[in-house]
Design a protein around this ligand. Sequence first.
Ligand code: PRP
Length: 209
Amino acid sequence: MKMLNIALPKGRLGEKAYGIFEKIGYGCPEIREDSRKLIFENAESGVRYFWAKPSDVAIYVERGAADIGIVGKDILLEYGPDVYELLDLGLGKCRMAAAGPKGRRPSPDRTLRVATKFSRIARAYYESRGREIDIIHLNGSIEIAPLLDLSDIIVDIVETGSTLRENDLEVYEEIVPISARLVANKAAYKFKSAEIERICAALRGELEK
Ligand code: PRP
């Protein structure tokens, strides 16, 4: 049996995803201990997990440092990594949306100033609708941009909607639904196909319960 390297996104989503792996018999008890350790191995079940920054998981998988990984659809759409998308885990459900100040819609005649962490998604969306935009790429706290008149709108992830609500913003348009996906490195999918297929089938079975 070949060892499978699995990249998990550090944080709540990664812990939930790991919970499913644990349920289907690929647990690694040490992970649950409170520590700063980042790599965990269970030789018997043939898996090695490591915690990566969520936006970096696809990089590990694309370059083969991880055979499989859990990554948000937002990251897949934004960076377009060359990986196989195997399964929708239905976790971390949220949506990519255009939002702005409540009760105000930007004039359609002027170039739309869009603040976002997701430049590619925003560009593709407005291009498909023939709308001219000016992208302002930010790295976080996107919601303040329209409040300070840095932008007209934002394109960002909306989960519960409370960040928007508490800042007097509202969704103008939904762009795309997002959830966590299981992805695989393309070469690993060939050379470790039995191992990957086995895990994938077990995950699918668990998700259908
Ligand atoms: C994300 C996203 C929104 C918020 C949405 O931010 O960018 O700001 O969560 O969640 P809600 O609808 O449940 O309020 P994150 O916490 O990742 O921080 P960021 O400002 O660095 O993007």
